[in-house]
Ligand binder design. Sequence first.
Ligand SMILES: NC(=O)c1ccc[n+]([C@@H]2O[C@H](COP(=O)([O-])OP(=O)(O)OC[C@H]3O[C@@H](n4cnc5c(N)ncnc54)[C@H](OP(=O)(O)O)[C@@H]3O)[C@@H](O)[C@H]2O)c1
Length: 236
Amino acid sequence: MSWTAPLVITGASSGIGRALALELAAGGATLHLQGRDAERLARVASEVAAAGGSATRHVADLTDDDAVDALIAALSAGEAGVAALVHSAGMVRLGSLEASDVTVLDDHYRLNLRAPYRLTRGLLPQLRRARGQVVFVNSGAGLRANAHWGAYAASKFGLRALADSLRQEVAGDGVRVTTVYPGRTATPMQRSVHEQEGRSYDPTAYVRPEDVARQVATLLSLQPPSTVTELTIVPG
Ligand SMILES: NC(=O)c1ccc[n+]([C@@H]2O[C@H](COP(=O)([O-])OP(=O)(O)OC[C@H]3O[C@@H](n4cnc5c(N)ncnc54)[C@H](OP(=O)(O)O)[C@@H]3O)[C@@H](O)[C@H]2O)c1
């Protein structure tokens, strides 16, 4: 696989984002990796280098508007451009509406919906120039909302809407937009979900993040006008 410009991955310090960084690194990709935890992100950047890729690290809390602006500025500096933007950063906190303060909804909104909106908007000129791709890592909860998943599902329903409308807005410019719907995937987030559900955790029961990463890497390798608009991967 080869890209004319670097690829950006949010949430690259863990889980699906990390797995995607390593998958792309094996193809020699040039990556911009965002994470919040500097140490974890540095470890992934070293793994990327060892796998054959190159990585620039961006430590940023995406719920902080100034940090998102600084990230957009850093990614817009220079001539390299952006061939793909993959939104994998995300959070989940379970709870009924009755038991959950509205700040739970606000937190999901800020990270899972508002940050992808602002980052995509900021990088769209470069994505247009590259006839690039935007990938939103959504969730089965972006299609169906179960009890205690309301705030998370609301943010992911919103993310699906954003992707669907953006896809139509930029299709004429050769920019392709994909929503990925992973089912339960064996990452630190899934471990946390099990803790919140009060259940024991067996990672072998769930989708491997490496398998999600391989599918996303494949769709990222497609040349315009080919595109995968939606990708679902679940434990069988
Ligand atoms: N795991 C699943 O079962 C599953 C299923 C469906 C969909 N998804 C979706 O897949 C995506 C990736 O999840 P994952 O399972 O890979 O989770 P994960 O292992 O917990 O990784 C989450 C990533 O998001 C970053 N992040 C969290 N809060 C942030 C913030 N405020 N600002 C910036 N970055 C932040 C984390 O950075 P730090 O580590 O540096 O804090 C980490 O890199 C999410 O959008 C999630 O909703 C996951």
